[in-house]
Ligand binder design. Structure first.
Ligand SMILES: [Cu+2]
Length: 210
């Protein structure tokens, strides 16, 4: 598809200009509608530490199709069972059972509402045992999130006022940006637009031949 676009650009500067204008038009008018959907939130959330998990939920920014979910655990084990259930923007994946302690990754692939496949990964940790008795165990970010070590605030940067609102946000933000963070949104828009133009050229070329 891109090949025909490049070919058209070489053979006719006018076509290149037209293509560029068309791309801009697509970006300005229909950009958001044509953009890939992305993962909006998940349960467990990205980088979260949870006590128990018996199913995975993924919520996307638009209606997706043909979901595919893999839950990988320690030692390359796989924990999903059966096909994922699809309900509009939500995908639910059942697991073989409660996950034992360890680090896991949800790998997903769906077809975005604009027809393009999207995929990504959501790492999380299961820690079913009773939480550490004191905030001394701040070696992992997740542990810090659960119980901020108040006593150690002296070691933190001198901005105690800005600390608490910032602490409340990261989980939500991380979930919302888990997929978008992988590739800049503008790049997705450009790819969508170029793919659309490529299809347009392919169709028009075929029409001319016949
Ligand atoms: Cu797309």
């Amino acid at each position: 598809m891109l090949g025909s676009l490049v070919g058209a650009m070489k053979s006719s500067p006018l076509a290149a200009v037209t293509a560029t204008l068309a791309a801009l038009l697509v970006l300005v008018t229909a950009g958001p509608a044509l953009a890939h959907d992305s993962l909006k939130s998940s349960a467990p959330a990205k980088d979260a530490t949870v006590e128990s998990v018996d199913e995975i939920t993924l919520e996307f920014t638009g209606k997706v199709r043909m979901p595919f979910v893999v839950v990988r655990g320690p030692g390359d084990t796989q924990h999903q069972t059966g096909d994922p259930e699809l309900d509009g923007v939500k995908v639910t994946q059942k697991l073989k059972g409660e996950l034992p302690d360890g680090k896991y990754t949800i790998g997903y692939r769906v077809v975005s509402s604009d027809g393009h496949p999207i995929e990504g990964e959501v790492p999380f940790t299961v820690k079913g045992a009773a939480p550490p008795p004191s905030p001394a165990a701040d070696d992992t970010p997740a542990a810090v999130e659960e119980s901020p070590p108040v006593e150690e605030s002296a070691a933190a940067p001198p901005s105690p006022a800005a600390e608490s609102p910032a602490d409340a946000q990261p989980a939500q933000e991380a979930a919302a940006e888990s997929d978008a963070a992988a590739v800049p949104v503008w790049l997705l828009l450009v790819i969508c637009a170029l793919a659309g133009i490529g299809i347009g050229f392919a169709v028009s070329t075929r029409k001319k031949k016949s």
